[in-house]
Design a protein around this ligand. Structure first.
Ligand code: ZN
Length: 150
């Protein structure tokens, strides 16, 4: 769905927490980024006007954000597209991989006991093994999204 340019690492993580497929690579050059976006039909999100211009010339869909703060970047994006109807907490914020139900073993090994006792839904990332649940960072992110009106 999206490709966030190298200046937008934080925004990429938040978009993933919102459930959007967001690719991010800090080490790709402009040509590769444009080619990749075209091949995978991704919308490029960038703060780089030069890259924006090239994307437009190549027919790559593109959103420009001007702020250097990810909260304001999310607000800018929400004016261009609907960020509300997403499948939240369905994607690993680090790997951009879809989460699956965590196994009993994973829960036992990776989730603190007090969390196991108070939560009943756990998801894990097939790529990095990180376990997600409704408390912790997920709730923190939800609160932020609410404050931003998302
Ligand atoms: Zn992961």
């Amino acid at each position: 769905m999206f490709f966030a340019d190298r200046m937008l690492g934080k925004l990429a993580k938040k978009l993933r927490l919102l459930g959007f497929d967001t690719a991010y690579a800090s080490d790709m050059d402009e040509e590769d980024i444009l080619e990749f976006c075209k091949e995978t039909n991704r919308v490029l999100i960038t703060r780089d006007r030069g890259l924006l211009r090239k994307a437009v010339e190549r027919g790559v869909r593109c959103y420009y954000v001007s702020s250097d703060d990810w909260r304001e970047q999310l607000m800018e994006l929400s004016k261009k597209m609907d960020l509300k109807n997403s499948r939240r907490m369905s994607r690993c914020s680090l790997c951009n991989v879809e989460l699956v139900k965590a196994s009993e073993d994973e829960i036992k090994m990776k989730v603190p006991l007090y969390v196991q006792q108070t939560q009943d839904e756990f998801y894990s990332c097939p790529a990095c093994g990180r376990v997600y649940w409704a408390g912790s960072h997920v709730e923190h992110a939800e609160a932020l999204f609410r404050r931003l009106g998302l």
